[in-house]
Design a protein around this ligand. Structure first.
Ligand code: PLP
Ligand code: SF4
Length: 330
């Protein structure tokens, strides 16, 4: 071996990768930092689905505030152990939609790839919290996609696709750009609002360097999730020419409130993000305490419409397993 190779320093990990590595996964530590009593979480819920919260998200949680809307999204609590027969481990029918390892198809002209199992933080209401799919391989995926007629859009999802390194992500995008009918590349990610340092010039280049129209669908549930750092990351995405949409989940005690939902849409558009979907909670085991009743949802929706222009009104949808589209709700 040549000396120059031996002496090479270890591959440097970027800022965002370090942040992901150092995300808090110890509830005692989290509660200590937030100056809350250590009894405030459930060890059993944590064992079922581990706490994960990166420091840049933690900064946005108020101290000594058990009802903080950002804390409620990530803290393992005893209510998660509540069993309800209408809540199951695969509420959106992902397993029956898997065509080849790591590829789901439910809807016409779109296919969804579960390219990563990792997320920047763990949302307690996650509809995939009980599922684990094998990662798709590039050659097998391309072979399958190539056989599909008029596939217009590939969605990279997971987990969070932005946990992949820039090189891996770029390899996927470059390969997908060779598919004859493909027009758009969509990425479902929670990174910009949780680890904003993920938005690097190299990532932006990878997302925009092919003919595919890049669309980022963010996941922001509450206006308090957007601070200065997140704002800067969003600006970069916008200036790179990436269309920004947001999907939120209607969550009891977090955003089931007219003022908060109005502010959310207003804050999003201020950052040039269009509200896309407001999901009715997927009935996943462990999330019963986040459920908003149908009558409350209908009242909220009705009120929200009287406060917002049409383009700031998210589509209220429910994902019904086996349905050919996400079902619009009132
Ligand atoms: C939610 C989902 C999509 C995206 O649906 P849109 O209505 O296009 O946003 C695509 N594929 C799968 C498998 C999904 O679960
Ligand atoms: S970011 Fe999405 S996939 Fe990841 S834990 Fe949250 S809801 Fe689940």
């Amino acid at each position: 071996m040549r000396l120059s190779t031996i002496n090479q320093p270890p591959v440097s990990t970027s800022v965002w990768q370090q942040e992901l590595q150092h995300a808090i996964n110890n509830p005692d530590h989290l509660l200590h930092l937030l100056e809350l009593p250590p009894t405030h979480f459930s060890p059993a819920a944590h064992r079922q689905f581990k706490l994960r919260v990166p420091h840049s998200y933690l900064k946005k949680i108020a101290k000594r505030t058990p009802e903080d809307p950002l804390l409620l999204q990530i803290l393992p609590v005893a209510e998660e152990l509540c069993l309800d027969p209408t809540f199951n481990s695969d509420p959106t029918g992902d397993q029956i939609a898997e065509k080849i390892p790591g590829l789901l198809q439910k809807y016409a002209h779109r296919a969804l790839l579960l390219v990563s199992k990792t997320c920047p933080l763990h949302c307690r209401y996650c509809f995939r919290r009980h599922l684990s799919f094998p990662p798709p391989t590039l050659p097998d995926t391309l072979q399958w996609l190539n056989k599909q007629d008029s596939l217009h859009e590939v969605i990279l999802s997971g987990g969070d696709p932005l946990t992949l390194s820039d090189d891996k992500l770029t390899a996927w995008i470059t390969a997908l750009a060779g598919l004859p009918d493909l027009r758009r590349l969509r990425i479902h990610t929670r990174f910009p609002s949780t680890i904003p340092s993920r938005i690097t010039p190299k990532l932006l280049q990878g997302l925009t360097q092919t003919h595919l129209q890049p669309i980022l669908v963010l996941h922001i549930n509450h206006p308090q999730e957007i601070n200065e750092e997140v704002h800067n990351a969003l600006e970069q995405l916008y200036h790179a020419g990436i269309l920004l949409l947001n999907q939120a989940v209607l969550l009891k005690g977090i955003n089931d409130n007219l003022d908060i939902l109005t502010q959310l849409s207003e804050t999003l558009i201020h950052h040039k993000i269009f509200p896309y979907y407001l999901h009715q909670l997927d009935q996943v085991q462990g999330a019963t305490h986040f459920q908003v009743t149908v009558s409350q949802r209908q009242l909220l929706t009705e009120q929200l419409r009287t406060h917002l222009p049409g383009y700031l009104m998210p589509q209220i949808v429910e994902e019904v397993a086996g349905s050919p589209y996400k079902k619009p709700l009132l």
